[in-house]
Design a protein around this ligand. Sequence first.
Ligand code: GLY
Length: 349
Amino acid sequence: MSVIEVKASQSYKVHIGRGLLGRCGDMTAEVINPCRIAIVSDDNVFPLYGETVKSSLESAGFTVSCYVFPHGEQSKSHDNLLKLYGFLAEESFTRSDCIAALGGGVTGDLAGFAAASYLRGIDYVQIPTSLLAQVDSSVGGKTAVDIPAGKNLVGAFKQPRLVLADIDTLGTLPDEFFHDGMGEVVKYGMIWSEKLFELLESGDVKSHLEDIVSSCVDIKREVVETDEFDKGLRMILNFGHTLGHSIEKTQNFCGLSHGMAVAVGMYMITKAAEKNGIIAEPISDRLRRCLETNHLPWSVDIPAETLFANSVNDKKRFSDDINIIICKTIGKAEIVKMPVTEYKKLITD
Ligand code: GLY
């Protein structure tokens, strides 16, 4: 098992290993005195792991309630958030009580934002069960819900008290969800670590899962410790995301999943930067092969003009300039601020 400590405004440990769900009660009791705890989970994940987590928490002295909601991005809504607040209030949760987010990115974001806002903030722990949540969304304290104007537009920074990434849960993930998470994993290789990228190029991912998740979390730790509130370095975690979000939006969030859309976004921006002379040594072919090896797409049938139009509404944009993340070599990302007109030329030429 690896333990990575994130020293942010609130410090906490991320445990990465096998068999953690059955020990989550004692591990949680090390950082939070036994109290009422609400397991927040969706109807796909709860039947698989809910009872194990509940009985472990109960054995450690917690009084457990369970809030289970329908799976899918549509549940990351204000409606569902209000229902969750109502549930916590009805169960008489106080500021000394806490939440356990058991599931993927939707669950972590929703439960985290409920924890950030209910009674002006209560503690929560993240128990991510998808690859995407283990390597990215459960660490770093970004929480949010979607509103009709866009994804993640209402949220807060709220660091968890503990993250338990049980690698065994990845064994039950359907292939498409595993591949989706690999989009974010390839991103970490591209922005920070050529060594990780080389391992991903080999295609031998499943036998190195614990090391891969640990490497990604450690990269995220370093980025979050440097820039917790996303004013500078943390933006590099958005490599491939400006175009990726645009793809998701153009397809009304019913087409490519997030990690797949990010994969296409990473390739498109790298290829465009290469064509425009921003990147000296070509790397896009290597990226494309790595994406293919990991069952990820690298192109999409949407006109570049449409992708441009839908990406300039992205919330990462400031004034008439846009921050684009470019990797000039594998393992190193740069934030490039450019006028929107130049960005348009970059991706539509
Ligand atoms: N998922 C990107 C970030 O945490 O900043």
